[in-house]
Write a protein that binds this ligand. Structure first.
Ligand SMILES: [Zn+2]
Length: 271
């Protein structure tokens, strides 16, 4: 359309005489680029708008095409656990530190009706998996203890460090917001069960034979059975579950993560 208009204008001016400014118009006409389909797509501009303001927009497009690249946008991912309201969480800006990082971290404050003692920075997969595990854990609290689970006592979530805080070695899954440490469970009656206080080393469990039970920490058994059941259910959901049976570093908490073990990521660690 504009080409036709400009063509007609050029014709009128040409008829008006050699000094009528035709040269200027010609040069202006040839400065007007018509965006190619690729440019149009790249700029995401509707074609009708370009048709209406082709001259002005054409120059703009030319400038934009030649302008330095915009600061890279970070494309974050939506999380099904958040969309489906399995967790209460806010999506946070990406975190990045050396080899550590997560593009779409969530700040999780609750899952189901169970609050977190403090918010946990988790990736989407962990958030959804924690929610699924926690739903079963709530049921275990009812069936084993007859109590209503109120809050999950969490400690470390995202933290850029190596495994077991070693100076060398692999980056911990905590460094990818792919792990959560849990020290205990709080109930609606204000009571609390902690891994440190209530875990029972049973005969035949891991290295328990080398670590005789500390009878001062033992209870009648329901709390210990609850923790054991919680650990076993966790092993169905997470790829790594470490507790007091794993080593001394986990004497007071459970560590859950979704790290990849083995070449096919199908191997699980449950200790
Ligand atoms: Zn941990």
């Amino acid at each position: 359309m504009n080409r036709i208009k400009l063509g007609l204008a050029a014709l009128v001016l040409a008829m008006a005489g050699p000094d009528s400014g035709l040269a200027e118009l010609r040069s202006e006409r040839f400065e007007i680029p018509v965006p190619t389909p690729n440019v149009r797509k790249q700029l995401n501009e509707p074609s009708s708008r370009q048709d209406n303001t082709a001259g002005r927009l054409g120059r703009q497009n030319n400038e934009e095409a030649e302008a330095p690249a915009e600061p890279a946008r970070v494309y974050q991912s939506a999380c099904p656990a958040l969309l489906d309201e399995l967790v209460e969480a806010e999506i946070m800006p990406p975190v990045k530190s050396g080899q550590c990082g997560e593009r779409s971290p969530l700040e999780v404050t609750a899952a189901g009706n169970v609050r977190f003692s403090s918010s946990a920075t988790l990736n989407c997969r962990m958030a959804g998996t924690v929610a699924n595990w926690l739903e079963k854990t709530r049921n275990l609290a009812k069936s084993i203890l007859g109590r209503e689970l109120d809050a999950l006592v969490v400690s470390t979530s995202y933290q850029c460090r190596r495994r077991n805080n070693a100076p060398t070695g692999k980056i911990s899954e905590h460094g990818f917001a792919n792990a959560l440490d849990i020290t205990g469970f709080r109930f609606s009656d204000s009571g609390m069960i902690t891994v440190e206080q209530h875990w029972q080393h049973l005969p035949g469990d891991g290295d328990s034979e080398n670590q005789p039970p500390d009878n001062d920490k033992k209870t009648s058994g329901a709390e210990g059975r609850f923790l054991k059941a919680v650990r076993d259910v966790a092993c169905q959901h997470f790829t790594t579950v470490l507790g007091p049976e794993a080593n001394a570093a986990h004497a007071d908490h459970f560590h859950f993560d979704l790290g990849c073990h083995g070449k096919t990521c199908r191997y699980k660690i449950c200790e």
